[in-house]
Design a protein around this ligand. Structure first.
Ligand SMILES: C[S@@+](CC[C@H](N)C(=O)[O-])C[C@H]1O[C@@H](n2cnc3c(N)ncnc32)[C@H](O)[C@@H]1O
Length: 280
């Protein structure tokens, strides 16, 4: 990225990536940071204060990136970076209701402007659709059993906390092989599925990927870090299609994954995959 370039950090978070990259940029450069979490935008504002380049932070979904840039009078950019999913701070914050490790209200909306919470889905969706959702977005082969257990429980009382839901999923697994032997918590996939559904994560990613080619300047880059195979598959197939059409050149033939040392330092990074493409 040129030192006077324009970069979009589509998931600004605490501003960690932008701070690192921003230190290499001159005063002519611009970083546009987006996030659906207002707290993240506020924190990034503080964390990026020391940068000499211009920083524009916007509370927005990255699915709206073209409109947001257009409103700021920016037509072309040199880099689009997206580090998908949620931050450790969001996982730990009961306001978001994302964690099965700690008991919290079952919310999962990162953007509080959204109407439907995970509790709405869990309490109102019919059993078959719930099973399909857990299978489709969580890739959990026990989806039907989990959905059955959820529906049985909600007939007795509404499911309003992450603790209740985690307990129901654990009961659904009972003494099955995965209940006993899996290295991941039995509720991991159900929670992933609900989070994807509540925040419409795959559709938003699709919109970002569709917007990118028009926004990137020739030789500009798009770099996406994904954390599960549904996201990674979307990125991989988008880059491949655009390479076939001569729009992108794929820079990472295989995704870049963290080293064992990086995983040791940050366990949540273990499933991260970075793919990069260059606009032709
Ligand atoms: C893994 S964190 C990013 C961390 C960031 N790279 C850093 O260095 O601090 C993901 C961030 O993306 C945000 N996010 C998730 N989906 C989004 C979307 N569709 N549009 C904008 N931001 C989104 C989350 O709110 C969260 O702050």
């Amino acid at each position: 990225m040129p030192s006077d370039g324009v970069m979009v950090d589509a998931t600004i978070g605490q501003g960690g990536h932008s701070l690192l990259l921003g230190k290499t940029l001159g005063p002519e450069a611009v970083i546009v940071g987006l996030d659906i979490d207002t707290n993240a935008v506020r924190r990034a504002q503080i964390n990026l204060k020391e940068l000499s380049c211009k920083v524009i932070l916007i509370h927005s979904n990255f699915s709206q990136v073209s409109e947001q840039l257009h409103q700021k009078g920016i037509e072309k950019v040199d880099l689009i970076l997206a580090d998908l999913g949620v931050s450790s701070a969001q996982l730990a914050d009961s306001e978001f209701g994302l964690s099965f490790q700690t008991n919290m209200p079952l919310d999962m909306r990162i953007d509080k402007r959204l109407k439907h919470t995970a509790a709405d889905i869990v309490n109102k969706t019919d059993e078959k659709s719930l099973a399909d959702l857990i299978y489709g977005y969580g890739q959990d082969r026990a989806s039907r059993r989990i959905a059955r257990f959820i529906v049985r429980r909600r007939e007795i009382e509404p499911i309003t906390t992450t603790g209740q839901l985690a307990e129901i999923v654990c009961k659904a697994f009972g003494k099955t092989q995965r209940g006993r032997r899996s290295r991941i918590h039995p509720a991991t996939r159900t929670f992933q599925a609900l989070r994807i559904a509540v925040n419409d994560e795959l559709e938003n990613l699709r919109k970002l990927l569709v917007s990118a080619p028009d926004l990137l300047r020739k030789n500009g880059y798009i770099a996406v870090i994904s954390f599960h195979s549904l996201e990674d598959r979307l990125v991989k197939s988008d880059f491949r299609q655009n390479e076939k059409s001569g729009i992108y050149k794929i820079v990472t033939k295989k995704p870049i994954v963290p080293t064992p040392e990086e995983i040791e330092e940050n366990r949540r990074a273990r499933s991260a995959k970075l793919r990069i493409a260059q606009k032709q």
